[in-house]
Design a protein around this ligand. Structure first.
Ligand SMILES: CC(C)(COP(=O)(O)OP(=O)(O)OC[C@H]1O[C@@H](n2cnc3c(N)ncnc32)[C@H](O)[C@@H]1OP(=O)(O)O)[C@@H](O)C(=O)NCCC(=O)NCCS
Length: 158
């Protein structure tokens, strides 16, 4: 009998400057309109909560969270196309929610393209719901695309 290969363990740690080539490479392979290397560098300089998911010493996913005034915004969450549908996106999102709660965040927001069924399914699974629509928010191959604004209330101890 052939046994399925066990998945190697993964860890999530803070993103550092040396991760940016791998992060930017995943970003370019994941989005039609990717963030530049400079945007990720600015996220590090801005002191956002930037993190990478590491698998066999390689970056396999990353996420960027900004926290201010009791609110948090998920600015990016992405998994290498080679490693999708293995729970890594959910693991990154769980880490974002954990860090937001630790920072006493009351509500966490994100924008997503209404056409991004995979991301929408992930967010809904984790309890996000749509609270607004931003017309013509995103660049698109033909004109502009709206953004759905999703939110999730977090229960804090205070
Ligand atoms: C969205 C993304 C991060 C999900 O990462 P992932 O590691 O593939 O997702 P997971 O394996 O953790 O799946 C978690 C949940 O997401 C949803 N999901 C994942 N892949 C899906 C697919 N192909 N179709 C529908 N839903 C899917 C499911 O709800 C899944 O839960 P389940 O396994 O219990 O059904 C990944 O597809 C990605 O990087 N996409 C490109 C970047 C992007 O669009 N980011 C979001 C910007 S707003």
């Amino acid at each position: 009998m052939i046994m399925p290969m066990a998945e190697p363990p993964t860890t999530i740690r803070d993103m550092v400057h040396d991760d940016l080539p791998m992060v930017s490479d995943i970003e370019r392979r994941s989005y039609e309109f990717p963030w530049s290397h400079g945007v990720f560098r600015d996220c590090l300089l801005a002191g956002y909560q930037n993190m990478v998911l590491v698998r066999e010493e390689q970056v396999a996913g990353y996420a960027v969270l900004s926290v201010a005034a009791g609110e948090a915004h998920i600015l990016n969450i992405c998994v290498d196309p080679a490693y999708r549908a293995r729970g890594y996106g959910e693991k990154l999102l769980d880490e974002l929610l954990f860090r937001a709660r630790a920072a006493q965040v009351r509500q966490i927001f994100l924008e997503v393209r209404p056409s991004n069924d995979t991301a929408l399914a992930l967010y809904r699974k984790k309890g996000f719901h749509q609270v607004a629509n931003r017309p013509a928010y995103y660049q698109a191959s033909e004109g502009r695309e709206d953004a759905a604004v999703l939110a999730k209330k977090l229960v804090t101890d205070t």
